[in-house]
Design a protein around this ligand. Structure first.
Ligand code: PEP
Ligand code: MG
Length: 755
């Protein structure tokens, strides 16, 4: 395999370096650069467009187009092919550019005689700052190597551009803070796909209807009552939130408490009430006054506090206008993009998912549960958009580009058109995958791979049919628990599990017992504060301590499984002794069921998740006691690397495609196979084609993933020749590298594996 650097034209880079180090103005040097590239790539045209304020791309230098167009031709991001490259931050190579739907003809450039085009984004610090384009008269196909060369050149060019001599550095900085201009904000990709809609705030601002009151005393009573209820709910939130997140949230909540207790704040509200306002109008007024004063403060710390104040005032208003103090769920327009500071899985389930086109979150990491849920619901989601709630106004048009982790606010029509086209292309691609539904999931060398579905809602079950999956490899039973206001009883659970089994048409369904705690909280279970909830009282640690809850669930599962095959899987098992205890509770329920004359399940198959590394050190004992094992790679990664999966700062610090993780998995696959116990992987990595390929390479033969991943992963399986991969991977296990991702990607590219 060739390294990337060797595919780059060294001669071209050498000459570029000379030009860049040479004398003359930056514009002169840029002119020379485009000339050099055109000559080296045997192209008639090479042009460089740079980003100006307002997300406009301006032609800065060209070899081959009319020189009079330089500094004249301008394209908005998303407009034309150049704008398309900038919007998607990805290269484009077309043998017949003019037939592309996005081609925008610019007569002043004289480009109509050039048929083929290849362009790449010029990126710096994760932002697109320009586009580099090469054009040819003939209809030619550009090779991967040429695109790579151009990308490398663009990287070098980014240095020249960012010197600040061509464009003022301020113009190159991300556009920010302006409420009316279009914005492009970069964040983290949490769920792929494109969502287009209008912004709906997850916590809608309260509109005060009644402004004036005759009776200040009555208003004071209302205010005191609302303050008391707000304090109480903050206490509760403080407890609950602490379970879900780390110290930062605690700090924020402490600040809230401080504001809520602030005597000056309360005194000003009281004064406003005595001047004749209703309690809610008084809160609103004091808040507006403070807002104006604070917006003039330049200290960023104090300005930050403005958000907190905003929140607390809003909360108090909610308590004043609604008895329960709960934010009413926003009325959703037909196509809504939910904008949230943070969002829990339960909160997402409160909304009508059919109307949610996308989600923008201020926090977030890909393996947090709300992201997993969004993926299951196929809702594009971008996280870590700083100050999203401030920058986006309700009803602003928004494009959520989950594939590239970016969000466009108040986008131009061109951006919307570009992404609508991408959305249509994606739908076509998915339709293409649907067409492979009936095709067997078998590698080119004849190895069958079991494709299973991850599900958590009854509505997911029809996906079995739609995707042609072999069964449900992970049914997260906690999802229905989280969506209710109280613990579901045995009949309610039996009813649900029976429906799932009925609808699965005889395909196996692996029910995982209640896995709550950490970031999956039940609204009706208030647990004590913990410093490390991910390693705390969660999952079977709770259900072993509260066996009644587990017994209720197992009773319902046994009833639902009467006369058919029942698969039960226990999560977060750390030692074999725990499995033994869990199993004996299951046996108790089986005996009870039969003693009462119930029809037993035809067969009960019991398995565990492997997500706590300690369990792997008891494999021989474990493998004698289970009928199957499923690796929960999300939690396993967090425990193997000691890295909190919900903490955005470090969640992606380590790679699942690292020698450590792959060695670990290879060994588990080897031992399971030796013992004849089926092994599958059901964490998020199983649903990503490249990661799934690596899993096959280490010996895993069953993968469980969300419905949208089945098509792409099956395409990978069907294009893979496993012996070649196994030989290749044998060279990777003892590497000292942080990650072997790039090696695997290159293997896939070289061997035509579809990733
Ligand atoms: C896992 O940990 O990989 C897993 C599948 O379980 P969950 O994501 O529900 O914790
Ligand atoms: Mg888990």
């Amino acid at each position: 395999m060739q390294a990337t650097a060797s595919t780059v034209s060294r001669r071209l880079l050498g000459r570029l370096r000379d030009v860049m180090a040479g004398s003359g103005s930056v514009q002169d040097r840029l002119d020379q650069v485009v000339k050099l590239i055109a000559a080296d790539m045997v192209a008639e045209v090479c042009s460089c467009y740079l980003m100006r304020a307002g997300e406009v791309l301006e032609l800065f230098a060209t070899e081959g187009l009319l020189k009079t167009a330089v500094h004249e031709t301008r394209l908005r991001v998303g407009e034309g092919l150049v704008g398309d490259i900038a919007a998607h931050a990805r290269p484009l190579a077309l043998a017949d550019a003019q037939s592309h739907p996005n081609f925008a003809y610019r007569p002043e450039t004289g480009e109509e005689i050039f048929h083929s085009l290849v362009g790449v984004p010029i990126v710096r610090g994760g932002r697109v700052i320009g586009v580099l384009v090469v054009q040819n008269k003939s209809r030619r196909h550009y090779t991967e190597e040429e695109i790579e060369t151009l990308e490398t050149v663009a990287m070098v060019l980014a240095e020249l551009v960012s010197s600040g001599e061509l464009i003022n550095r301020d113009e190159l900085a991300p556009v920010d803070g302006n409420a009316v201009l279009p914005l492009r904000i970069e964040g983290a990709r949490l769920t792929g796909g494109i969502g287009i809609g209008v912004a709906v705030m997850h916590e809608p601002r309260v509109v005060v209807q009644k402004l004036v009151s005759e009776d200040p005393e009555a208003e004071m009573v209302r205010l005191r009552d609302a303050l008391r209820r707000m304090r109480h709910s903050l206490e509760q939130m403080f407890e609950a939130q602490d379970l879900a997140f780390g110290g930062e949230h605690r700090e924020v909540l402490e600040t809230y408490r401080m504001f809520a207790e602030d005597a000056g704040w309360k005194a000003r509200i009281t004064e406003a009430i005595h001047s004749g306002l209703t309690a809610e109008a008084a809160v609103q007024k004091v808040h507006e006054d403070t807002r104006v004063r604070m917006s003039q403060v330049s200290d960023p710390y104090l300005r930050e506090r403005l958000h907190d104040l905003e929140d607390i005032a809003n909360r108090l208003l909610q308590h004043l206008v609604r008895d329960d103090g709960r934010a009413a769920l926003a009325e959703l327009p037909e196509s809504a993009v939910l904008v949230c500071r943070s969002l829990g899985p339960t909160e997402l389930l409160d909304y009508d998912r059919r109307q949610i086109r996308g989600i923008v979150l201020e926090e977030g990491s890909p393996t947090m549960h709300v992201a997993i849920l969004a993926r299951a619901l196929d809702i594009p989601m971008v996280g870590r958009i700083k100050d999203a709630v401030q920058k986006i106004e309700p009803l602003d048009p928004v494009v959520v580009d989950g594939d590239n982790g970016q969000v466009f606010v108040r986008p131009s029509d061109d951006i919307v058109d570009t992404f609508s086209a991408t959305q249509r292309a994606r739908a076509e691609k998915l339709a293409g995958y649907a067409a492979t539904r009936e095709l067997p999931s078998v590698t080119r060398c004849g190895q069958a791979v079991r494709m299973m579905l991850n599900a958590g809602l009854l509505a997911d079950v029809p996906q079995l049919q739609a995707t042609g999956a072999d069964g449900i490899g992970l049914y997260r039973t906690e999802m229905p628990f989280m969506a209710r206001s109280q613990l579901p009883d045995v009949p309610a659970q039996t009813n649900l599990y029976s429906k799932i089994l009925d609808q699965s048409g005889g395909r196996p369904v692996v029910f995982r017992t209640l896995d709550v705690g950490s970031d999956k909280l039940l609204p009706y279970w208030h647990s004590a504060r913990e410093d490390n909830p991910a390693m705390g009282w969660r999952s079977i640690r709770i259900t072993l301590d509260r066996p009644a809850v587990l017994r209720t669930q197992l009773r319902a599962l046994v009833k639902a499984g009467a006369g058919r095959e029942l698969h039960v899987m226990f999560p977060m098992v750390a030692e074999v002794a725990e499995l033994d205890r869990l199993r004996s509770i299951l046996n108790m329920e089986l005996v009870r069921h039969e003693r009462r004359g119930g029809m037993p399940p035809e067969r009960v198959r019991v398995g565990t998740m492997l997500e706590v590394p300690a369990l792997a050190w008891q494999l021989p004992a474990l493998l004698k006691r289970v009928d199957f094992i499923s690796v929960g790679s999300n939690d396993l990664t967090q425990f193997l690397f000691a890295v909190d999966r919900g903490n955005p700062r470090i969640a992606e610090r380590y790679d699942v495609l690292s020698p450590a993780m792959l060695n670990f998995l290879r060994w588990i696959a080897h031992e399971s196979r030796k013992a004849g116990i089926p092994l599958s992987v059901c964490g998020e990595m199983a649903g990503r084609p490249l990661e799934a390929m690596a899993l096959l390479g280490v010996g895993v033969r069953s993968l469980s993933m969300s419905a949208t991943s089945i098509g792409p992963v099956k395409a990978m399986v069907r294009s893979l020749f496993l012996p070649a991969l196994e030989d290749y991977m044998a060279t990777l296990f003892s590497l000292p590298d942080h990650s072997v991702r790039e090696y695997l990607r290159n293997f896939a590219l070289d061997h035509g594996v579809q990733i």
